[in-house]
Every structure is written in structure tokens, then in C-alpha cells.
Design a protein around this ligand. Structure first.
Ligand SMILES: Cc1cc2nc3c(=O)[nH]c(=O)nc-3n(C[C@H](O)[C@H](O)[C@H](O)COP(=O)(O)OP(=O)(O)OC[C@H]3O[C@@H](n4cnc5c(N)ncnc54)[C@H](O)[C@@H]3O)c2cc1C
Length: 386
């Protein structure tokens, strides 16, 4: 059984413990019925189910007032990831895809879009990456040119999670107020507009809906602008500042599940007439896994608690949480695979699924090396008294 003692850490309130219990019960009752053979359909069902049960209320701000609770976001992602990677994905994207609306939207934009996404009635996506600009966001080239009461979009986005099934996309486009990062703006783009096509679906090792989007003279009204013109880069980074900790939380959920699976295996598998666990080298692996899980949890919930306590930015804390939790989850899961022997790489085994689930988390929302650069710059700034 997964360790829940962390819920007694001072980062949490009673409402977090209640949320954790309710979600645990929902997962046990509902996730088994989701058919994963059709990824799009599974995602739609998961969003609808999480919306109906009320958990998506945590994914975006209440249009009538209130903020995001990052500890709840992290707790939900950790719990869902421990049960089912696709369920975590479905929840996560409702938050990431609408994060810019939660943080920078007008009251009208919040009411129009968040009412739907928080109920599970619309699926959202976050469209930042382009074929020639991933880590280097400032090199984005998709343009939004002003034309009368509209903007006209031209260009491509790729690697867009929920691309193909989303009803709304938060899109970052070049509006040209300045060079590089200074010339980007954010927009809300509904699916189905003339000139907006999903031209390719991408398949990855842990299946989830992903698409390449193409915009050809696609008109969007001026009120689709999110926040101020020229602030797109800052908006994207502010959203990632919040949601990066939640990627770390998902990695933590995968790692915790891998530790559970490994413990189950080594206590039931007999080698040389005794459980595998009796071998001291096996105990060494288990100890390192348990240590990584707790250290990751401390970093994840430190970042979440810091943000919830009113810090305007948690760039350093979130980068540390993401780097450590995702890289160490990879190690924890690899050890779990190893301790399962041949079964560890067998299709249908949970640890084999986790091995595939974890990999992309070290790449998206800022690759591990990019997080290292962020942490180093923050350390230098602190050293210099900045
Ligand atoms: C499964 C999946 C889902 C995704 N979902 C979305 C989504 O919903 N929306 C979206 O906009 N994007 C999404 N992405 C895209 C993702 O954000 C990019 O893949 C990521 O930012 C890396 O960009 P890139 O692939 O162009 O790699 P590159 O930018 O080419 O980087 C390749 C590697 O170079 C190294 N590197 C790059 N820059 C630096 C640096 N400054 N310092 C040190 N090392 C560096 C890193 O090791 C990096 O992994 C998704 C990607 C994946 C794999």
C-alpha cells in the first residue's frame, strides 16, 4: 500500500487530506472501467469522469473568484499518476491548457472557458512548441498579424498534447512588439476555425493524444488576446512556473507506484529458498528508492506550498522539484524493472508501463538540462544578492 504519511507534513491542511481520500476512492471505483485501447476515447472519458466527480474544479480558478491551489494540483497529479498515467495526463492538461486563462484571463474569458473545462465539458491544450523551437521558446515563428478587428494566424505548432481532441487551445504567437521573447502574445483559439487544421497525429511510447497544428490565414477576433500584447513569453513562463511542480508531482506518483510494485515483488518472489527481499543488495535498492521518493516529495510539496503561501514566482523551487523528481523517478522505476527480472520488461506489467510513462516528463515543460541552467542562474543571482 502506498505511503500516505507525507500527508501529515506541515505543507498540508485538513482539506488536502480529505481531497486525497476522496480521489483515492474515486480512482479505485472508476479507473478500472476505462478502456485504454482507444487513447482519444479514454481521454474524453477521463475528462468527463473527473469533471463530473468535481476534481477538475481544482484544475483552473473559479471564474467567480479564487486562485489555484498548487498543493491540490500536485496531490491530484501524484495520486492519479500512481494509479494511471493517462488519468494524470487528462487532469494535467485541463490545468496546463487553461493556466494562462486562470492567471491572465479577463472575467469574461474565465467565465466562457473555465466554466466548461472545470466541468469536463471542454478539453484544453497548451500550444507553445513549434517544429524549430522547443526549448528555445524565443525563436517561435507562428505569426498573429492584426487586421481590422481580427488577428490572422499563420504557421505551425507541434507536440501539442490533446491536439486533435481539444476544444480550446492557448496559443503563443509572434505579434512583433520586439525581437525574440519580447514579440510574443497569447491567444485563446477554439477548435474548428477555418484555416486551423490538425495535420498530423504523433505516436509516443506512452500513448496520449498529440498533434501538429497548422494555421493558414486563420482569423481570430481581437478579444481572443490573453493578457497584454508582447507579454506572451512572460505568460507562458508564469504558467510553467506553476505547472512545472505538478509535472514533478506526477513523476513522484509514478515513482511511488514503482516502489510499491517492487516491494510486492521482492517480498513474494523466492530466490535461493527465501524472499528476494532477504538479499542485502536488494534491500539497498529498496532503501535508495524509498529515499528518492521522500526527497522528491519534499521538493514537490515545498515548491507547491511556497507558491500557495503567496510567493509571486517559484522558479527555483519548481525547477529543483521537476529536475529531481523526474530524473530520480526514472532511476526508481528502472530499479523496480530490474527487481522484477524478465517480468519487468514484459508488456502488461505495471513496471513496464511506468518505464514508458516516465520518460517524456524529463523532456517536456523544460528538459532536465534546461532546469539545471535555471537552478544555476538562480543560485548565482542569490549569491550576488539578487
Ligand atoms: C510527450 C510530449 C508532450 C508534449 N506536449 C506539449 C504540449 O502540450 N505543448 C507544447 O507546447 N509542447 C509540448 N511538448 C514539447 C516539449 O515541450 C518539447 O519537446 C521540449 O520543450 C523540448 O523541445 P525540443 O523537443 O524541440 O527539443 P530541443 O529544444 O531541440 O532540445 C533537445 C535537448 O537539448 C538540450 N537542451 C536544449 N536547450 C538547452 C539549454 N538551454 N541548455 C541545456 N540543454 C539544452 C536538452 O537536453 C533537450 O532535451 C511535448 C513533448 C513531448 C515529448
Amino acid at each position: 500500500m502506498a505511503d500516505k504519511t507525507f500527508l501529515n507534513w506541515p505543507f498540508f491542511d485538513e482539506r488536502h487530506r480529505t481531497l486525497s481520500e476522496e480521489l483515492e476512492a474515486w480512482c479505485a471505483a472508476n479507473l478500472g472501467a476505462i478502456d485504454h485501447s482507444d487513447t482519444d476515447a479514454a481521454c474524453r472519458a477521463l475528462v468527463a469522469g473527473l469533471g463530473e466527480a468535481g476534481f477538475l474544479r481544482h484544475s483552473a480558478v473559479d471564474p467567480e473568484g479564487g486562485g489555484l491551489d498548487v498543493r491540490s494540483l500536485c496531490l491530484i497529479r501524484e495520486t492519479l499518476a500512481r494509479h494511471d498515467g493517462l488519468a494524470d495526463f487528462a487532469f494535467a492538461m485541463q490545468g496546463l491548457g487553461t493556466g494562462a486563462i486562470s492567471l491572465f484571463g479577463t472575467d469574461d474569458q474565465k467565465r466562457r472557458w473555465l466554466t466548461q473545462t472545470r466541468a469536463g465539458a471542454a478539453i484544453s491544450a497548451f500550444a507553445l512548441t513549434e517544429p524549430q523551437s522547443g526549448s528555445d521558446v524565443a525563436a517561435s515563428t507562428l505569426t498573429a498579424e492584426e487586421d481590422g478587428d481580427d488577428f490572422i494566424l499563420n504557421g505551425e505548432k507541434t507536440w501539442i498534447s490533446n491536439g486533435g481532441i481539444a476544444g480550446l487551445y492557448t496559443l503563443f504567437a509572434r505579434t512583433g512588439e520586439g525581437p525574440g521573447a519580447k514579440g510574443l502574445s497569447a491567444f485563446i483559439v477554439p477548435a474548428g476555425l477555418p484555416g486551423f487544421e490538425v495535420v498530423e497525429r504523433l505516436e509516443v511510447i506512452a500513448p496520449h493524444p498529440l498533434g501538429r497544428l497548422k494555421f493558414t490565414d486563420c482569423r481570430i477576433p481581437k478579444d481572443a488576446l490573453l493578457g497584454e500584447r508582447g507579454q506572451g513569453f512572460r505568460i507562458a513562463m508564469s504558467v510553467l512556473d506553476v505547472f512545472r511542480s505538478t509535472v514533478a508531482a506526477a513523476a513522484l506518483g509514478f515513482a511511488r507506484r514503482a516502489l510499491d510494485e517492487a516491494l510486492e515483488r521482492v517480498t513474494t518472489r523466492q530466490v535461493q529458498g527465501a524472499p528476494l527481499f532477504d538479499l542485502q543488495m536488494v534491500q539497498g535498492h529498496i532503501a535508495d528508492m524509498a529515499l528518492d521518493v521522500d526527497a522528491a516529495a519534499l521538493l514537490v510539496y515545498r515548491a507547491a506550498w511556497t507558491k500557495d503561501s503567496g510567493a509571486p514566482r517559484v522558479t527555483r523551487e519548481a525547477a529543483m522539484a521537476k529536475l529531481f523528481a523526474t530524473d530520480q523517478a526514472q532511476q526508481v522505476i528502472d530499479r523496480a524493472v530490474q527487481l522484477h527480472g524478465g517480468d519487468g520488461v514484459r508488456k502488461g506489467q505495471k513496471v513496464e508501463e511506468l518505464y514508458r510513462d516516465i520518460r517524456a516528463l524529463r523532456i517536456y515543460e523544460g528538459a532536465s538540462d534546461v532546469q539545471r541552467v535555471v537552478i544555476a542562474r538562480q543560485a548565482l543571482a542569490m549569491h550576488q544578492g539578487g
